[in-house]
Design a protein around this ligand. Structure first.
Ligand SMILES: Cc1cc2nc3c(=O)[nH]c(=O)nc-3n(C[C@H](O)[C@H](O)[C@H](O)COP(=O)(O)OP(=O)(O)OC[C@H]3O[C@@H](n4cnc5c(N)ncnc54)[C@H](O)[C@@H]3O)c2cc1C
Ligand code: FES
Length: 276
């Protein structure tokens, strides 16, 4: 872990898709230390906020020292971040937690729902750089909220929208059989055969993905998820990010995650903290 003590400097602010903001910051030590899927605790100076806010790095470039964050505005902290612009300083703590396990050579299927896509530009870039075949399944309410497929060079991109304005009309999870159908089937339990799946999105989407995967015979051990459990400290002291393990006990999302294999979580005891 690298604790980034000097503030980052904002280089660019843009709108990569409707309703979202992308901040590009300069912090060479943090950019060099980042593993795809890790997150930072960003200090926010909005009135009446105490805690830092956790954000996955969307991507990082160690050569230029740049890191990108993609986020939407849901409250005071993200509202404050959304009006940072070139020249502002940003206090980052991190990179924190565990990123995705990108080792191996299996084809990869990325499943991203809504702002869950924010963690994937760097992950897909790293998978493609390792020579892995990558299919990205992107889901959003409407076409304007899809991150452009050009952000995933070297990968095949399939889209789903709730209103049918781009790609398949319906849930991104419904694209799984099409994507999986291109590969030999998984071989029983464990991690043999079939592609590996990387997912991020609202908890109900992840639960639907796991249910669909069970029906399609994909072992949970072949699925890695990036969790967005609400966090307090981000460094393992407040226990606010606990998530149930099968057989009892808990993982801490900030230390054991946010990227974990789906078979390490008791999904029947995992609630959606944000979407009712
Ligand atoms: C490891 C990790 C990585 C994350 N990466 C990203 C990212 O890359 N991009 C991104 O946009 N968000 C990301 N999030 C979520 C982000 O941390 C929260 O959206 C943020 O903390 C909200 O802060 P706020 O002060 O704006 O809202 P708050 O004032 O804390 O909350 C305002 C309202 O929004 C709701 N809310 C808070 N978080 C979410 C959420 N994630 N989804 C829906 N509703 C929410 C709250 O329940 C509340 O009703 C990540 C979370 C974690 C744990
Ligand atoms: S956020 Fe405090 S222990 Fe994980």
């Amino acid at each position: 872990m690298s604790l980034a003590l000097k503030p980052a400097v904002v280089l660019e602010r843009s709108t990569p898709m409707s309703g979202a903001v992308e901040l590009v910051v300069h912090h060479p030590p943090a950019a060099a230390a980042l593993r795809p899927g890790q997150f930072f605790q960003l200090a926010v100076a909005a009135p009446q906020t105490i805690l830092r806010r956790p954000y996955s790095a969307a991507w990082a470039d160690p050569d230029s020292g740049r890191i990108g964050f993609i986020f939407n505005v849901v409250g005071a902290g993200s509202g404050w971040l959304a009006v940072r612009h070139e020249g502002h300083e940003l206090d980052l703590l991190g990179p924190l937690g565990r990123g995705f396990d990108l080792d191996g050579s299996k084809p990869a299927i990325i499943v991203a729902g809504g702002l869950g896509v924010a963690v994937f530009p760097g992950v897909v870039g790293a998978l493609v750089a390792r020579g892995r075949q990558v299919t990205v399944l992107l889901g959003a309410r409407t076409s304007a909220q899809l991150l452009p497929s050009g952000r995933f060079p070297g990968a095949e991109v399939m889209t789903a929208t709730d209103d049918g304005t781009a790609g398949y009309q319906g849930s991104v999870v419904d694209l799984m059989p099409v994507a999986l159908g291109r590969f030999p089937p998984p071989q029983g339990e464990g991690r043999g055969g079939g592609p590996e799946i990387f997912a991020c999105g609202p908890t109900p989407m992840l639960q639907a993905l796991l249910e669909k995967s069970r029906r399609l015979g994909v072992p949970l051990g072949l699925i890695q998820v990036s969790l967005e459990t609400p966090m307090g400290c981000g460094v393992g002291t407040c226990l606010g990010c606990a998530i149930a393990r099968p057989g009892g006990g808990y993982l801490l999302t900030c230390l054991d995650g946010p990227c974990v294999r789906a078979d390490r979580i008791d999904w029947s005891r995992t609630a959606d903290a944000f979407h009712g």
